[in-house]
Ligand binder design. Structure first.
Ligand code: ATP
Length: 252
């Protein structure tokens, strides 16, 4: 059974058909790419998968469970986490607290336990600190744990966003243009990090990306969208060499 199975997904905004008949099957542990020109509908698909938008039609199944009409918070709890095209960190919180914010899905104490600083509060806080530091180490951000998130350089802010998404303990991680605004060295490092997350966390990852080096370097399969429709889908190398894709998208 595929971890993510999407059938006949569509959404219209007024007269605009932003996504039409979108289908995909992503297996557990796969690294999958979603590509296409600006305005093709990629981010809209992420918004549909995460419950930000409700589809006009179609079915979304995560691990066999229909999550199509669930609320965003329920979908996150069911196991889908994401990062955004424009970084959305808690800028004034520390790097550590940003990751801890993601951990609240899985660690909790009651308001009373928190207010009265009961033993459970200290136990849970200690566990959360340890877990958050573990995650920060993975991303080589542990030395900056106490920095304000907004003071991190751009490439590190992007990594922190991924760390925070992983803190929610997802089954599926959605990355929206993770390499946007990065220089080639940062992109290269990010590619290694994404591969590492896939292996180390046995994570299933769906990413939107314009950087073809990144896509061909790490994605096993891709779907190319064009005007909201699937143009081509399958093994990355074959898709990127498809004449239709080259003409419509790569422009070569
Ligand atoms: N809330 C909305 N209301 C109206 N139109 C929308 C809405 N969200 C997206 N669209 C439209 O849907 C189409 C697809 O947009 P989308 O942002 O998904 O494209 P994209 O492939 O992610 O593009 P990019 O690579 O530029 O981020 C665009 O024409 C966009 O203007």
């Amino acid at each position: 059974m595929a971890l993510l199975e999407v059938k006949n997904l569509g959404i219209s905004f007024g007269g605009l058909r932003a996504v039409n008949a979108f289908e995909v099957k992503i297996e557990k542990g796969q690294l999958y790419g979603l590509i296409g020109p600006n305005g093709a509908g990629k981010t809209t698909i992420f918004n549909l998968l995460t419950g930000v938008y409700k589809p006009t039609e179609g079915i979304i199944k995560l691990d066999g469970v229909d999550i199509t009409r669930k609320k965003a918070i329920e979908i996150n709890k069911a196991g889908i986490a994401r990062t955004f095209q424009n970084i959305r960190l808690f800028k004034n919180l520390s790097v550590l607290d940003n990751v801890k914010a993601g951990l609240h899905n899985n660690y909790s104490y009651s308001t009373i336990e928190g207010l009265l600083r009961l033993p459970r509060y200290f136990k849970v806080e200690k566990e959360m600190n340890e877990k958050a530091m573990e995650l920060l180490k993975v991303f080589d951000l542990d030395k900056e744990a106490e920095y304000k998130a907004s003071n991190l350089p751009y490439g590190k802010q992007r990594k922190l966003e991924i760390a925070r998404a992983l803190a929610t303990n997802p089954k599926l991680l959605l990355l929206d243009e993770p390499a946007a605004g990065m220089n080639p060295n940062e992109t290269e490092e990010l590619m290694q990090t994404i591969k590492f997350v896939q292996k180390e966390f046995e994570m299933t990852i769906l990413l939107i990306e314009h950087d073809m080096k990144l896509v061909s370097g790490i994605c096993e399969e891709v779907t190319v969208l064009n005007f909201g429709e699937i143009l081509c889908q399958g093994e990355t190398k074959a898709v990127l060499n498809d004449p239709q894709v080259i003409t419509a998208y790569l422009g070569e």
